[in-house]
Design a protein around this ligand. Sequence first.
Ligand code: ADP
Ligand code: MG
Length: 691
Amino acid sequence: MSCALALDSLKLASFKGVGERTLDRLDKLGLHSVQDLLFHLPIRYEDRTFLTPLGRLRPGDHALVEGRVELAEIPPKGRRSLVCRIADGTGFLYLRFFHFTADQLSRLNPGTWLRCYGEARDGYYGVEMVHPDYQHIAETESGHIDKSLTPVYPLTEGLHQKTLRKLVDGALDSCTGDKLVDWIPVEHLEAMGFPPLYEALRLLHKPPAGVGLDSLRQAQQRLAFEELLAHHLSLSRFRERMRKQAAPLLRLPEAQSKQFRKTLPFDLTGAQQRVIEEIAADLARLKPMMRLVQGDVGSGKTVVAAWAALAALASDCQVAVMAPTELLAEQHYRSFSQWLEPLGVQLAYLASKHKGQVRRETLEAIAEGRAGAVLGTHALFQEQVKFQRLGLVVIDEQHRFGVHQRLALREKGMQDGLYPHQLIMTATPIPRTLAMLGYADLDVSIIDELPPGRTPVKTSVIPATRRPELIDRIAEWVKGERQVYWVCTLIEESEVLECEAAQNTATALAQALPGVRVELVHGRMKPAEKEAVMASFKAGAVDLLVATTVIEVGVDVPNAGLMVIENPERLGLAQLHQLRGRVGRGPGESHCVLMYQPPLSAGAKERLGILRETSDGFIIAEKDLELRGPGEFLGVRQTGQVQFRIADLSRDGGMLDRVKCVAENLLRDHPDHVEPLLRRWLADSGRYAEV
Ligand code: ADP
Ligand code: MG
């Protein structure tokens, strides 16, 4: 075990010849230790295991060649370049460099031997290679070439393949098999046909010539399996710890629950009732609830949270309801007031705009427990906010907050050894595979039914050439006293440009639509400005809202029934579905127009077609995962919920059952293997510290 520790703590800084600048660049790739290097797998390979005689080189070949320099010069004509001719007796080849140094030129003396790898193409003088990878060799070294394929690694700017290859070589040499312990018992490895860890890594970094794709895949799966195993184990440990924590008993007497339902202006859907029961069971368990309520936009998550809040209040506890923006917090405050005030509940709204006296009084009411339900943004969890007895924390739109923030809240709410319960609401559907991995530390409830009476959003897909038609349609729509969203997305991944584009669009639309009140929101506006615009849109003082993709999640403007999304082909399905969820929230028909830039690729056509055909967020999330891969799955990267180095759930998700099995076995029969396994895979993720 001491060897394994040495490996992940063996820093690259201690490698000979690795300078400060290289370390910085490695850092950008998340590579700090020898072990990080080993887990940094190639994206593809080049075959440099055989030499192609120059006479047989054809344009289009990727080939390794050798030859003697015949001439090297900077031709006086054309774009400045260094041209060098080599020959090997069977033919000759021109090498051409547009970027080069004087030193480079001076070392290409006639008679010198070179070995080059690159793509051959038709050049001005004959077959040539532009910017080949080359090295000087002695004539006696000719023919002594690599026996393994050459790995091509993911890079960052300023870092060269050669540097990385050399480092990985060094890493492989510095750790013989006994340093990379196989924490997975060998009988499991054998049952799955997996090679030992060291063998798998060697194979992936230096596959022998002629290696089969199957063996490579097997080796990769070997690593992915271990990574998934580590995540699974860390999760079980976290849950284990939570099971030992205590939480207050929260119970809502049946009579009060009935009364609550009676004050609502609608009947709860079956799905809402089911989720309420799931929550009720959690709250009665004396263990902190960690439940995620996931429901499509408009499925009515807020009222479920209100029920849970009432249960806390009925049990003499306070509840904190946190939303990602002031606007949403205010919206919740209004809903909660409407539903809970008739039942005698004291609410408080802690807005950042409230200062001085008002703020002091609110803080006092919270500290003394007079305010039972407290609503606000993350400001709720600042130092000065003290609760008398916090029993439940509700967090809306989970993906805006990171795991760490969320866990910090639990600690803050801890009182007399009791942890508050947590209820998290999100509209982001979690694909089955992610849910199977336990979606971090949460239990999941799903509201899979929309309230009755909603008219489904009609989705159409049109080319941008039909923009004038669309503008006429908007004019009609606004005449009918209804409001419109226009969402701009941009090809370049730059927020600045996206905002600029939205600005231009807003100006153009205002010109094309005289009499229509056009406003703009984008990500570079101050939060207060943004909220002011959203608020006036909500109040009906704006007809057409031009926005970048930052439109606030969860904002409810039932009168806005038409949404135009520009360049939808640039967004993921899940994101488009989220955007579309802003419309179709009120009576009357609603439309979503996806206006693409022609021509549309076959893949994009298929993706947009899915949106036209279904409004089921779960189907869409599954498809999105299938088409994009889970690495890009909405928000997952940012929140750090599930981040893998090697595993890919769309590819390796099938192994999860087996992972569970091996995890159980390990915990039972080899508990001493768990710690080093977690350290190996999670030491850097921050998650490890929480475990
Ligand atoms: P989301 O799940 O997107 O947060 P909300 O909780 O904001 O959805 O609910 C959307 C709208 O539907 C609100 O206006 C809410 O009052 C209403 N609503 C919630 N549940 C029902 C129901 N069972 N029947 C009718 N309307 C409902
Ligand atoms: Mg909501």
